[in-house]
Write a protein that binds this ligand. Structure first.
Ligand SMILES: Cc1cc2nc3c(=O)[nH]c(=O)nc-3n(C[C@H](O)[C@H](O)[C@H](O)COP(=O)(O)OP(=O)(O)OC[C@H]3O[C@@H](n4cnc5c(N)ncnc54)[C@H](O)[C@@H]3O)c2cc1C
Length: 374
């Protein structure tokens, strides 16, 4: 009988696992991908929406059309997973599996910071990215504060939005009328030390102010002030934040994750530590590495190899080495990148227009990548 593989989550990680597995096993498994969204979003494009550099239509493709014809797509929200019975329950259907892949990503938790939803902007979902676009359209100068909650996906996004904003304001003749202050929760400008060291002189060059060890405590939307747990505060005219993230509730309710929704996996095989027939990848793991699309992609390669080998009666010699690759936009037409793994830290090269154009090209190539074609 064909092995049953169920993949929960149709984002970067889940979609690549499904497509690669379908090619590798060539009809020898029943592969079902369950996702609550029938439209697949290219999330990195959200960064560009507030600045009108991408439009919402550029971000979406039909989930079904991105999947290999051998993958069954179920448009459903999973509400329970029972690893004992090897079942997955959705609002509409129920599935049994031999192998399970959890790729449910992360969710924004602005409620963790009182007043944030009322007083702050963000660009991590389409509604809010469009609201920020409106706020920027009517912005005439003043104090912009950029504050970051943890954990969050795309570790370089706080830097990118700061650099893009700086040049965007310059182009509109508003930079001299605007004070930009970047607030970050740990004792340097970025979680990766080499990136923090690289960013410091970039901030100085651009006259961007910063305060580190600023963990958001609350926002007063009336007075327009953001407060930190460490006891400092900043008034703002425009507050741009990255809200803290959590994993999905279904994983907590099903006893698969910790209380924040993160699944504990082996750092090389990505198998859930409690059950070797279950894999988790992407944002949803508790691995101390960047939550990024590239992470999910490199992990998906390993998970697909592992499951294909098991279906074919063998063992996989493919292991995840912590590889992550992130472009870092440093303005409207320059970029650098951070490429690293468990052993080797990143060393961002000097920003250049060429690297920016690779990023622009990737915005299109993503659709081939997620189909497992690149
Ligand atoms: C503004 C922004 C910029 C970014 N820029 C970059 C970048 O430049 N480079 C980079 O590498 N990464 C970037 N990222 C991060 C990247 O998008 C994520 O890290 C990546 O999408 C994670 O992949 P994933 O498969 O783990 O989760 P996701 O891609 O988020 O997919 C999760 C899927 O699970 C589904 N799901 C969740 N719960 C359920 C449920 N209960 N039942 C059924 N389905 C469910 C969701 O609908 C979704 O389809 C950016 C993100 C944002 C928001």
């Amino acid at each position: 009988m064909a092995a049953k593989v169920v993949i929960v989550g149709g984002g970067v990680g889940g979609t690549i696992v499904a497509n690669q597995l379908a090619r590798k096993v060539n009809g020898k498994a029943e592969i079902t991908l369950i996702s609550q969204d029938d439209q697949h979003m290219y999330q990195p494009g959200l960064l560009f929406i507030p600045f009108n550099l991408m439009q919402p239509d550029n971000l979406y493709r039909s989930q079904r059309e991105l999947l290999h014809p051998h993958v069954v797509f179920a448009h459903d929200k999973v509400v329970a997973i029972d690893p004992e019975k090897k079942t997955v329950k959705g609002e509409k259907g129920q599935w049994t599996y031999d192998f399970l892949v959890i790729a449910t990503g992360s969710r924004l938790a602005p409620e963790a910071v009182p007043g944030l939803s009322e007083g702050g902007h963000w660009f991590y979902d389409l509604d809010h990215a469009l609201k920020l676009r409106e706020a920027l359209r009517s912005f005439e100068g003043g104090k912009v504060v950029i504050a970051t909650g943890v954990p969050h996906k795309c570790p370089v996004a706080p830097l990118e939005v700061t650099f893009i904003l700086h040049e965007w304001l310059e182009q509109r003749g508003l930079r001299e009328k605007t004070e930009i202050t970047y607030l970050y929760p740990i004792g340097r400008l970025h979680s990766l030390e080499p990136v923090a060291n690289w960013a410091a002189p970039q901030f100085e060059e651009r006259g961007i102010q910063s305060e580190v060890l600023f963990n958001m405590e609350k926002v007063d939307p009336e007075e327009k002030v953001i407060y930190s747990l460490e006891g400092s505060s900043h008034p703002f005219d425009l507050l741009i934040t990255i809200p803290p993230h959590k994993g999905q509730k279904v994983l907590i309710d099903s006893g698969i994750s910790d209380q924040n929704g993160w699944v504990s996996v082996d750092r090389h095989t990505l198998q859930w530590k409690e059950d070797e027939r279950v894999w988790a990848l992407g944002d949803t793991t508790d691995l101390p590495i960047s939550k990024a699309g590239s992470t999910a992609h490199y992990e998906a390669d390993v998970v697909a190899e592992n499951i294909a080998a098991r279906i074919q009666g063998g063992e996989s010699g493919h292991f995840y080495n912590g590889k992550v690759f992130c472009f870092i936009e440093t303005g409207l037409d320059t970029a650098t990148y951070a490429s690293f793994n468990y052993k080797n830290p990143p060393r961002p090269p000097a920003p250049s227009p060429t690297i920016h154009w690779f990023k622009v090209a990737y915005n299109q190539l993503y659709w081939q990548t997620v189909q497992g074609l690149l």
